[in-house]
Design a protein around this ligand. Structure first.
Ligand SMILES: *[C@@H]1O[C@H](CO)[C@@H](O)[C@H](O)[C@H]1NC(C)=O
Ligand SMILES: *[C@@H]1O[C@H](CO)[C@@H](O)[C@H](O)[C@H]1NC(C)=O
Ligand SMILES: *[C@@H]1O[C@H](CO)[C@@H](O)[C@H](O)[C@H]1NC(C)=O
Length: 362
C-alpha cells in the first residue's frame, strides 16, 4: 500500500515538475534552488548567473521559462587565500562597449557567520570584509570568451555587496549596497560612485554618495522597527530604463533577504546627475512584494530582460514558498511586467502560474 502510494505520488510529482508547455509555464523556472538571478539576452540565447557561493557559473537556455535542461559553464573559480576566494554572491554579466564584464561580491575566509548568529548580533555585525570585484572576458561570445580576474572596485575598504553598473549619458557608475561607516553593520544603504572604466572607480571617498537609506517601515525587519536599524537593508540594485519614455529607474531590494518581507523598491532619476542624491526620487511603497494567497514570499533581487521578439518586458527574481526556511528556501522565478501611465514599471503579483510564455518563445 505504502509503495503504491509513493509510486502515485512520484508520478504526480514528475507531472507537476514538467513546466515545459508550448503556451504556458509555471514558476520556479529552475527546480533546484537559487538566489540573486541575473539574466541577459544575447544572440538568441538567454544567459543567467546566480549566487552559488563558490564560483561564477554561467547558464544558457534558448527559453526563459525553463532552466532545468540549461547548459552551464564555469567562468571563474578563485584560488584559495585571496580577498575574493569565498562567498561569491550576485554575479552579473554585462556587455559594456562591446566587452564582457562580470561584476560580483566576494570575501576572504567566509567572512559571513551563519544567519542564526547574525540575527542576534548588535551593530558591529560581521560581513565587514565583503567587497566588489570584476572579471573581463576576451571574445565576442560570452559562451566561449575567456574570463580572467580584472580588479577590485574601490569601496574605500568598506562593506560592499550586490554592486551593479548604471549607465547614463554622463558616464558609467557603480551602485552597490554600503554602510555609512566601516563598522556600522546596519543599515545597508545604496551608494553610488563614478567609474573611469568598468574596472576602475574614479570618485574619491569624499564624493561617494548615498542615494537610498532604509528609512521607511517596510524597509525594516521586523516590520516598522523604529528604534534599532538592525536588519534594515537596501541592496540588489538594478538599472531599469523605460523603453518608451527613457525614464531611468533603479529597482532594488529592501528589508531582509532571509525573510518573507523582502521586497522590491524603486528609485527614479528625476534630475540629470546620478551623483546628486536629490536627483533621485524614492517611491514611498514597495512595488513588488509577498503574495501570501499564493505562498509567494521574500520576493526580490530582480533583473530584467526582453521576450524573444523584444515586445515584452520580463522580471527574473527569487522568492520562497516556505517563509520560515530562510536563505535555503529561495528559488528563481520569472513573470511578465508592463508599464504604468507615469512611466514607472508595473509589476504583477508574484506567483506560480501557469502563465503565458514570453512572446516569440517557441
Ligand atoms: C513535458 O511536456 C512537454 C510538452 O508538453 C512534452 O513534450 C514532454 O514529453 C514532457 N516531458 C515529460 C518528462 O513528461
Ligand atoms: C499546459 O497547458 C495547458 C493548456 O494549454 C494547461 O491546462 C496546463 O495547466 C499547462 N501546464 C503547465 C505546467 O503550464
Ligand atoms: C585584502 O583586504 C584587506 C582588508 O580589507 C586589505 O587591507 C588588503 O589590502 C587586501 N589585500 C589586497 C591584496 O587587496
Amino acid at each position: 500500500m505504502f509503495k503504491l502510494l509513493s509510486l502515485v505520488l512520484y508520478a504526480a510529482l514528475a507531472l507537476c515538475q514538467n513546466n515545459t508547455n508550448s503556451t504556458t509555464y509555471t514558476n520556479p523556472i529552475l527546480d533546484a534552488g537559487g538566489a540573486d538571478p541575473w539574466v541577459i539576452r544575447h544572440d538568441g540565447w538567454y544567459y543567467m548567473t546566480f549566487t552559488n557561493n563558490n564560483d561564477v557559473t554561467l547558464w544558457r537556455s534558448k527559453i526563459l521559462t525553463n532552466w532545468n535542461e540549461a547548459e552551464s559553464r564555469l567562468l571563474f573559480k578563485p584560488p584559495p587565500g585571496l580577498n575574493y576566494s569565498t562567498d561569491l554572491w550576485a554575479p552579473e554579466l554585462h556587455n559594456l562597449n562591446g566587452v564582457w564584464y562580470v561584476i560580483f561580491t566576494a570575501d576572504p575566509r567566509n567572512d559571513s557567520p551563519p544567519p542564526e548568529v547574525e540575527m542576534w548580533c548588535e551593530y558591529n555585525c560581521p560581513a565587514v570584509h565583503h567587497r566588489m570585484f570584476t572579471l573581463e572576458g576576451q571574445g565576442d561570445d560570452p559562451w566561449t570568451a575567456e574570463f580572467t580576474f580584472k580588479s577590485e572596485l574601490d569601496t574605500y575598504d568598506q562593506f560592499a555587496i550586490d554592486g551593479t553598473y548604471f549607465q547614463h549619458s554622463t558616464g558609467l557608475y557603480h551602485i552597490y549596497s554600503c554602510w555609512n561607516r566601516g563598522t556600522d553593520g546596519w543599515p545597508a544603504n545604496l551608494c553610488i560612485t563614478q567609474l573611469e572604466n568598468p574596472w576602475t572607480v574614479s570618485s574619491p571617498f569624499s564624493e561617494r554618495q548615498i542615494i537610498s537609506v532604509p528609512t521607511l517601515p517596510w524597509e525594516k525587519t521586523p516590520y516598522g522597527r523604529t528604534v534599532n536599524d538592525r536588519l534594515s537593508s537596501n541592496e540588489g540594485p538594478q538599472q531599469l530604463t523605460n523603453p518608451t519614455t527613457g525614464q531611468q529607474f533603479v529597482i532594488f531590494s529592501a528589508a531582509r533577504s532571509d525573510n518573507r518581507n523582502y521586497c522590491l523598491a524603486q528609485l527614479e532619476l528625476v534630475g540629470d546627475n546620478p551623483m546628486n542624491p536629490s536627483d533621485w526620487r524614492k517611491h514611498q511603497y514597495p512595488i513588488f512584494f509577498q503574495n501570501p494567497e499564493e505562498e509567494a514570499y521574500g520576493v526580490g533581487h530582480a533583473s530584467f530582460v526582453k521576450s524573444p521578439d523584444e515586445t515584452e518586458d520580463w522580471i527574473v527574481y527569487h522568492g520562497m514558498r516556505d517563509p520560515t526556511n530562510g536563505w535555503g528556501a529561495r528559488t528563481i522565478r520569472t513573470q511578465r511586467f508592463t508599464w504604468n501611465e507615469d512611466g514607472s514599471p508595473n509589476f504583477p503579483e508574484p506567483g506560480y502560474g501557469p502563465y503565458q510564455v514570453p512572446s516569440g518563445q517557441s
